[in-house]
Design a protein around this ligand. Structure first.
Ligand SMILES: [Zn+2]
Length: 232
């Protein structure tokens, strides 16, 4: 219904807007299924009192983010939220598209690591490459793709652009060609403390990518899930 359509101007006594919790709610006609629709004059939110379609509930997206971060798979998340897997996949992709990359501050030290995994079947190998800022342990950049230098380089380029002070990697040969010698170090974990942090992340990532890949079968969804996991 368009904003200009006429609506009954009687302000409801007992309905609060679920979005802004204001009382300036007016009736706004009926839905296709003859449910009373309401309109909030404060925040322009349209809603009905009880949703049959669970996906339209306001906090559904919040719950999707929460469950995804816990490492739950697509099917279990859909089951818990009582929505279809198709809707869930669409939602995950749309949530992820609104997440912006973190701004990388200059002159920091990073750790770059790659995880090998597969999509669809076991012969279809891909890499998940990610960069951790050493102090904050935050993932500042990641990329998913074929096991080529190009996939590695996407992540390395963003680090170079932010004037990385030092980049730590494992002994994978590819890095030697991609990173300047004075920036590069293969001596990985200085202390046990950092090693421990990395382990937690890697364990979690492995579980995450195993589960999502089983069900999503696509790079788009996998990338979206990672975006939610890292940056929300
Ligand atoms: Zn409102």
């Amino acid at each position: 219904m368009s904003k200009n359509s006429t609506w009954c101007s009687r302000v409801s006594d007992d309905v609060n807007c679920p979005k802004c919790n204001e009382k300036k709610v007016v009736k706004n006609g009926r839905t296709k299924n003859y449910k009373q629709q309401y309109y909030c004059k404060m925040c322009c939110h349209r809603f009905i009192e009880s949703y049959t379609n669970q996906a339209y509930k306001l906090n559904t997206n919040k719950k999707i983010i929460q469950l995804t971060k816990e490492g739950l798979g697509i099917r279990s998340t859909a089951r818990i939220l009582n929505i279809s897997t198709t809707t869930l996949l669409k939602r995950i992709v749309s949530i992820a598209s609104s997440i912006t990359k973190p701004i990388i501050s200059k002159g920091k030290t990073y750790e770059v690591d790659e995880l090998c995994t597969y999509i669809r079947h076991k012969k279809n190998y891909i890499w998940l490459v990610y960069a951790l800022e050493k102090n904050s342990k935050k993932v500042v950049s990641f990329n998913v793709g074929k096991r080529t230098n190009k996939t590695l380089n996407r992540v390395l380029e963003t680090l170079k652009l932010s004037d990385a002070k030092k980049i730590f990697t494992d002994r994978l040969k590819n890095y030697r060609y991609l990173i300047e010698e004075k920036l590069h170090s293969v001596k990985r974990f200085g202390t046990n403390h950092i090693e421990r942090k990395n382990l937690t992340l890697r364990t979690h990532l492995k579980r995450l990518n195993r589960r999502t890949i089983c069900f999503s079968k696509s790079l788009v969804v996998f990338t979206a899930v990672l975006k939610i996991y890292f940056w929300t």
